[in-house]
Design a protein around this ligand. Structure first.
Ligand code: COA
Length: 170
């Protein structure tokens, strides 16, 4: 299978924060942001694999900045590494300043999707070829994040998580 670049899966969703999507402080409700990120990540995973994709795990979410009612929010997702059937998707969330139009980073998240056939069985996907420095950094770190996710899910023994162990031995 021919390798694809992160640019080929990059997916950008831009939308407003409406009153029905806020918490009592009039900021974007966390679950609404999770859903927007899941949607963008799912499209990115589909663009990379051209298969049916399912969310396998949400590995990391940081709600660093509250996003006020009325904000214009952009969710940008791209595959950061492809394994056999699973893909790590990195998601950056940006908020646009109303007056200057300048974007600032509000949040980020990392999801894992798995490509499956019509029966839900995992299938092989193309490898990923990172291009920029940031894409290369995210690619490098993705294996230890996969191992951590599998250990936490009880699907890998901690002593088999070689990449993860190396992090603590440095
Ligand atoms: C995701 C799913 C297909 C994985 O099935 P499985 O029986 O664990 O399959 P496998 O063990 O062959 O794993 C498939 C791949 O997923 C990866 N994986 C499974 N669980 C994972 C986890 N918690 N974190 C990271 N990767 C995971 C495996 O490492 C493997 O990756 P690889 O093929 O790239 O090496 C299955 O659990 C599923 O269908 N879950 C429901 C998905 C869903 O409905 N999501 C929406 C939530 S409502």
């Amino acid at each position: 299978m021919e390798a694809k670049t992160p640019a080929e899966s990059r997916t950008t969703l831009t939308d407003l924060v409406l009153p029905s999507e806020t918490n009592p402080l009039n900021n974007l409700f966390g679950g609404e942001l999770l859903a927007r990120m899941d949607r963008a990540a799912s499209i990115a995973a589909r663009r990379h694999s051209r298969r049916i994709v399912v969310t396998a795990s949400v590995n990391h979410v940081a709600f660093n900045k509250a996003i006020p009612l009325g904000s214009v929010v952009t969710v940008e997702a791209a595959v950061s590494r492809a394994f056999k059937s699973s893909m790590e998707i990195f998601i950056d969330v940006w908020v646009e300043d109303r007056e200057s139009g300048k974007r600032s980073k509000a949040n980020e998240a990392i999801y894992t999707f798995v490509a499956v056939d019509e029966t839900g069985t995992p299938v092989q996907i193309p490898p990923l070829k990172p291009e920029t420095d940031l894409e290369k950094q995210r690619f490098e770190a993705a294996l230890r994040r996969k191992q951590l996710s599998l250990v936490l899910a009880g699907k890998m023994k901690p002593n088999e998580a070689t990449e993860l162990k190396a992090l603590f031995e440095e």
